[in-house]
Design a protein around this ligand. Structure first.
Ligand SMILES: Cc1cc2nc3c(=O)[nH]c(=O)nc-3n(C[C@H](O)[C@H](O)[C@H](O)COP(=O)(O)OP(=O)(O)OC[C@H]3O[C@@H](n4cnc5c(N)ncnc54)[C@H](O)[C@@H]3O)c2cc1C
Length: 459
């Protein structure tokens, strides 16, 4: 095939890792800045395969390919919004941050946002991301009307829930293994202002946290609990719950009432150095958790928050992933069915017994999942725990927890995984073979491959 564009030789190689900074590998990186350059970047795939990469916010090895090619999509950005209908068309390398800067001042929001604005739309669909409103609105894949997918045969296919539906659902949550998403059209959500009415409260133990989250899911658009994993005994599972909805203009304080859709998230401040592991020890983490918990109001308290404060507080610090020290960290995220609260309690107890070394532990109740065979969200409780790498007992603990999750009918989130054992994959994702069939039909030679797909034997 004649190439309209070519990349200068020798091509750039780079050492790439996920957000957790574990398992870096080297690949040839091509960063197309136009559709024609994307065509060139996808031509002549190397023997070890290739995979797309967005902003590298998946925690493990999903967006890297050792000895192969990584196609960096972040140069392909553009947002078009139909202000009448809320239909939004973007190039897949556009970040949610950029999309929000267009949408919010015009009275719209993304249907689903993760805990960071710095993910691309391609990455959002490939991981079928969920947010604080999953119990109401499901995951991102349920809000896409169509997208353009570049498949291994060089085709540019327009797919969606009503066009090549099986390929569409295999791409949603498909971790970049069906092809490269070039363009996405989704339905934006109208909002009444750019501020949120937020209820913050603290709970005293796990059953209290669970009961309150169930109650709040009936009332609130957005809910999430930050859990104090360092607390054991009677306080095990205590949490700070925040729930909210977008404020109506008349609810805004006077200083914002003349600019109801103002959105100025500012720029993140970088963490200047990688702190030594000693900064992060059980004592400092326990102290942090204690202060955070005590800071929250004892009784429910209503406040008005901005979008960044409510949805993306971690984005205030750039590269905060370095806080966990030079060895990097893992985020272990599972979901277990609604009824498996005893399994949930057991998992938390095992983390606490090994030192509860996590600043960030999040508990959220998910609603029903969608049709995508590899999509993570499914009805039940999702728990996400950040753990620094280095403790020699950690691998055994996480393997044990994976087994408990699988046995309970739950699963691990692939966008966060960096170490799971492959034999659990078909147990956790029982429709894996359906997905493999669709994937094999569009990529019979296995052009799209990642370190994650090789490690887990996904394809
Ligand atoms: C602080 C933080 C908070 C988070 N909170 C949440 C949360 O609340 N909910 C949630 O669901 N997730 C959450 N995540 C995870 C994150 O949303 C996903 O990992 C997402 O996929 C990252 O997008 P990215 O653009 O960085 O993609 P990358 O990490 O670069 O890639 C992720 C996967 O997407 C594929 N991919 C990327 N672009 C394309 C494309 N154009 N075409 C095809 N495949 C592509 C890659 O091949 C890879 O498999 C969080 C991550 C961080 C760091």
């Amino acid at each position: 095939m004649a190439r309209a564009y070519s990349f200068p030789e020798p091509q750039r190689t780079a050492l790439l890792s996920g957000w957790g900074r574990t398992s870096p590998t080297r690949a040839e990186v091509l960063a197309p800045a136009s559709a024609a350059e994307l065509t060139a970047a996808l031509a002549d795939p190397p023997a070890r395969g290739m995979v797309a990469r967005g902003l590298g916010r998946s925690y493990g090895d999903a967006a890297q390919r050792a000895g192969g090619r990584v196609v960096d999509l972040t140069g392909l950005t553009d947002v078009e919004l139909d202000v009448e209908t809320g239909e939004c068309r973007v190039r897949a390398g556009t970040s949610i941050d950029t999309v929000l800067r267009v949408l919010v001042p015009r009275g719209y929001f993304v249907p689903v946002t993760p805990g960071t604005r710095f993910v691309t739309l391609g990455g959002a669909i490939a991981a079928d991301i969920h947010g604080k409103n999953h119990h109401r609105h499901g995951s991102f894949g349920s809000h896409v009307t169509s997208m353009v997918l570049r498949t291994a045969d060089g085709e540019r296919r327009v797919i969606g829930p009503h066009a090549e539906a099986s390929l569409y659902w295999a791409t949603v949550g498909g971790m970049g293994l069906t092809g490269v998403i070039e363009e996405v059209t989704f339905q934006a959500q109208p909002i009444t202002s750019s501020r949120l009415v937020v209820l913050a409260e603290r709970t005293t133990n796990l059953s209290d946290s669970i009961a309150r989250l169930i109650e709040l899911d009936r009332e609130a658009e957005y809910t999430v609990a930050w859990l104090d994993l360092a607390a054991g005994g009677a306080g095990a599972g205590r949490s700070v719950i925040t729930s909210g909805r977008f404020a109506r203009p008349e609810e805004l304080p006077r200083r914002w009432s003349d600019r109801p859709f103002a959105f100025d998230p500012g720029l993140p401040v970088d963490v200047p150095v990688t702190p030594p592991p000693v900064v992060l020890n059980p004592v400092s983490i326990r102290a942090f958790n204690e202060v955070w918990y005590r800071k929250a109001p004892r009784r429910p308290k209503q406040v008005i928050n901005s979008i960044p404060t409510f949805f993306h507080p971690l984005d205030l610090l750039g590269s905060w992933n370095r806080i966990y020290g030079p060895n990097g960290f893992l985020q272990w995220q599972c979901v277990v069915p609604d009824t498996a609260t005893d399994v949930l309690a057991g998992i938390m107890r095992q983390f606490t017994q090994t030192g509860g070394r996590s600043f960030l532990t999040v508990l959220k109740r998910l609603g029903p999942g969608n049709q995508a065979p590899l999509s993570f969200p499914t009805a039940g409780w999702t728990l996400a725990v950040d753990v620094p790498v280095g403790d020699p007992d950690l691998p055994r603990l996480l393997d044990r927890l994976d087994e408990q999750v699988a046995e309970a009918g739950g699963r691990i989130y692939l966008a966060k995984d960096a170490r799971m054992r492959p034999e659990l994959l078909p147990v956790m994702y029982p429709r894996l073979d359906d997905w493999r069939e669709v994937r094999a039909s569009v990529d019979p030679r296995g052009v799209f491959r990642s370190d994650l797909s090789e490690r887990l034997g996904l394809t």
